[in-house]
Write a protein that binds this ligand. Structure first.
Ligand code: 4HQ
Length: 246
């Protein structure tokens, strides 16, 4: 899968994609990331990419022509490449959107700076606007990185079989159960005995109950959406009865 990132700050992308799982995915050519400097597509000799807003007001607006030319260049091999603008005004990004985007061969991600882009960019070239959350960033670059990370790990071969995207929380609509590793006893805090029992059925049940408890406590909104089995309902009843939390 190819990602084209259109940005005024290409240097921001030099290290995040070189590490760990994403670095390996790029080496294996499962993911191809091209960083495109919008300034290279400015028409004038001073390579101006922004200007003051019509009607007045603070800040600068990204000009339409350099972005139009950068998008045309990115689309040259694949005219239908899906083009996304990262903005707090977009549809909230979630696991379902990540899955949906992972089926596309080529995404173009436009990262805005300052007061954003000229409205005509959105009208003419943008297929979809996406927000990574209700907070304000200094630019779309970090939002693009978040999206690429979440989408890439869903591609076949990117995660090892030991990891696997299938049993992630959110795929199952519940938060994950707690995890422990050695030592058994850290400053008197011991690992729950059940995890050392070797009883895999009992361990699975314990983990499911912990996942339900955690979700009920921290994200009741997710619990309300989750498809629960009869056994889950039983476990939730136990949790209420145990009284540890809810
Ligand atoms: N910005 N989700 C403003 C964001 C953002 C977000 C990107 C800041 C666009 C112009 N992008 N620029 N939240 O805060 O995606």
């Amino acid at each position: 899968m190819r990602f084209d990132i259109l940005t005024l700050f290409p240097g921001m992308f030099s290290s995040p994609f070189q590490e760990s799982i994403l670095g390996r995915a790029i080496q294996k050519e499962l993911v191809d990331i091209r960083i495109i400097n919008v300034r290279d597509f400015a028409l004038d000799k001073h390579q101006v990419v922004d200007d003051t807003p019509y009607g007045g007001g603070q800040g600068m607006v990204m000009k339409v022509e350099p972005i139009a030319r950068a998008i045309a260049w990115a689309r040259s091999e694949e005219p239908s490449a899906w083009t996304i603008y990262l903005t707090p005004q977009g549809k909230p990004f979630d696991q379902e959107k990540a899955r949906d985007l992972s089926s596309r061969p080529h995404l173009i991600l436009l990262c805005g700076r300052y007061e954003g882009v000229d409205e005509r960019v959105r009208e003419l070239f943008i297929n979809e606007e996406i927000s990574i959350g209700d907070y304000v960033l200094t630019g779309g670059e970090l939002a693009a990185m978040v999206m690429i990370d979440a989408v890439s790990r869903l591609l076949p071969g990117v995660l090892g079989s030991a990891q696997s995207a299938e049993d992630d929380s959110f795929t199952n609509a519940l938060l994950e159960h707690p995890q422990y590793t050695r030592p058994f006893d850290f400053e008197g805090r011991r690992v729950p005995e059940i995890l050392l029992s070797g009883n895999h059925a009992a361990i699975s049940l314990w983990r499911r109950k912990e996942a339900l408890k955690r979700t009920a406590l921290r994200r009741p909104d997710l619990l309300a959406k989750a498809r629960l089995t009869r056994k889950d309902e039983e476990l939730l009843e136990e949790i209420r009865h145990d009284g540890d939390g809810i």
